[in-house]
Write a protein that binds this ligand. Structure first.
Ligand code: HAM
Length: 419
């Protein structure tokens, strides 16, 4: 058997990469416009970080982590998401001592051993943001509005924005009793995981993907009816601000999300267009006001979200097929290949993207290659051109050809490209 990539993990080949670059650059531009700065974390973290933050009874921690023991007998895990690392880094570097509000963004691969499906991978890429130090609710509305606008700017128009509040610890304590009261008669119908979760963390039952559990969960009382006055005021403030911003949204009282660290605001954006399939959550996020403290940091409110880049690419309407080459240099005879190589360097120094086939070959085959890679211009150099100090420029899009002095070639190509 020949070697293949690990199941659920994909290569991204150069033909696909221009869409990735477009998406990543658009994300950077958008969030930097709101004051976010990039942060990069290790891909491997101590296992305890995820167990303590994401939660012992979550699917991620119970079933999906890539955990291994390193040679020093430490338990390490490939990061399944970025928020836990962001909090660890925020605490480790005492960032709160330097600035009252911190706005970070990140882009990178995450690892979850889920069942592979369309739009669901074991290595996938997230772009996310985290804000530390602002209790909201205005910032909650601003980040939701920011990402909804971002998704629209990608040409993804059919989306649904869901928001909910699961309140703070006091709300959840009250709700826990109501939820247990509802779930107890169904106990034996729940899956074994949920029966365990009922004792450890009944809220997790609401997030179970087993069909019968999901059916039972659908009838559960809404947490929104149990919000404390403060939590209710926070949620009202979020909705009022979203209304002022004109951000479309729908309150979904059943949205709980699969991570334990959340409190108050939760949100998800679902893609409704074709091409996404069942894995239609483009992004998810929420507030996690207790997490910094629970990881031994100062009491700091926080909110963030992460988007699945593969899913966004699937939902983006048109694929961009951008040429990666401006000029293809054709050496008409073997004797001018050295000059052609020098010319290539000169043009690159002038800011152009240049390709050539240094193996040589016939004029025709070189021009075919220029066409194939979608070069805009073919620059032809033969013995007579070298003697006269000129080059031939063939505009492959407009089907024109002209002779220009070699010294003017770069400027003329720039002019042709900007036409
Ligand atoms: P999450 O909902 O687990 O949240 O993941 C966020 C997004 O990552 C999902 O909406 C989906 O687009 C994408 N995603 C998740 N798993 C997969 C997968 N197996 N294959 C492909 N895409 C996937 C978080 O990760 C939180 N850290 C978000 C957050 C940031 N909350 C606060 N700050």
């Amino acid at each position: 058997m020949s070697l293949r990539a690990v199941k659920g993990m994909k290569d991204i080949l150069p033909d696909e990469i221009s869409n990735w670059h477009r998406l990543e650059n658009a994300f950077r531009n958008r969030v930097e416009g709101y004051g976010f700065r990039e942060v990069r974390f290790p891909i491997v973290e101590p296992t305890a970080l995820f167990v303590r933050s994401i939660g012992e009874t979550t699917d991620i921690v119970e079933k999906e982590m890539y955990t291994f023991t390193d040679r020093g007998d430490k338990s390490l895990t490939l990061r399944p998401e970025g928020t836990a690392s962001a909090v660890r880094a925020y605490v480790q570097h005492s960032v709160q001592a330097r600035e009252p509000v911190t706005k970070w963004y990140y882009i990178g691969p995450m690892y979850r051993r889920e069942r592979p499906a369309k739009g669901r991978y074991r290595q996938f890429y997230q772009a996310g943001i985290e804000v530390f130090g602002d209790p909201g609710p205005y910032v909650d509305a601003e980040v939701i509005d920011m990402v909804v606008g971002f998704i629209a700017s990608l040409g993804i128009s059919e989306v649904e924005v869901l928001v909910n509040s699961i309140g703070g610890p006091e709300t959840r304590e009250k709700y826990r009793d109501a939820l247990l009261g509802y779930l107890t008669p169904y106990r034996t119908e729940l899956c074994p995981d949920c029966q365990r979760r009922m004792d450890a963390n009944p809220l997790r039952v609401l997030d179970c993907k087993v069909p019968r559990c999901a059916e039972i969960a659908a009838g559960a009382p809404s947490i929104l009816k149990h919000l404390t006055d403060d939590d209710r005021a926070h949620f009202d403030g979020l909705q009022e601000t979203l209304t002022i911003l004109g951000t479309p949204y729908r309150v979904d009282g059943s949205l709980v999300r699969g991570l334990d660290y959340y409190s108050r605001t939760l949100f998800e954006v679902l893609g409704k267009g074709e091409g996404l399939g069942a894995q239609n959550a483009l992004l998810g996020g929420g507030r996690y006001d207790q997490m910094v403290k629970s990881l031994d940091g100062p009491d700091t409110p926080a909110i963030g979200f992460a988007m699945g880049l593969e899913r966004l690419l699937m939902a983006m309407s048109e694929a961009v097929t951008e040429s990666h080459v401006d000029v293809f240099i054709v050496a008409a005879q073997a004797g001018v290949r050295g000059q052609a190589t020098l010319l290539g360097r000169e043009l690159r120094d002038a800011g152009l993207r240049v390709e050539s086939d240094l193996r040589g070959g016939s004029l025709k085959s070189q021009l075919r290659r220029a066409d194939k890679i979608d070069a805009r211009i073919a620059m032809i150099l033969g013995e007579s051109e070298v003697e006269e100090g000129v080059v031939q420029l063939k505009d492959l899009k407009n089907k024109t050809q002209e002779q220009v002095p070699r010294a003017d070639a770069a400027a003329r190509i720039h002019a042709l490209l900007s036409d």
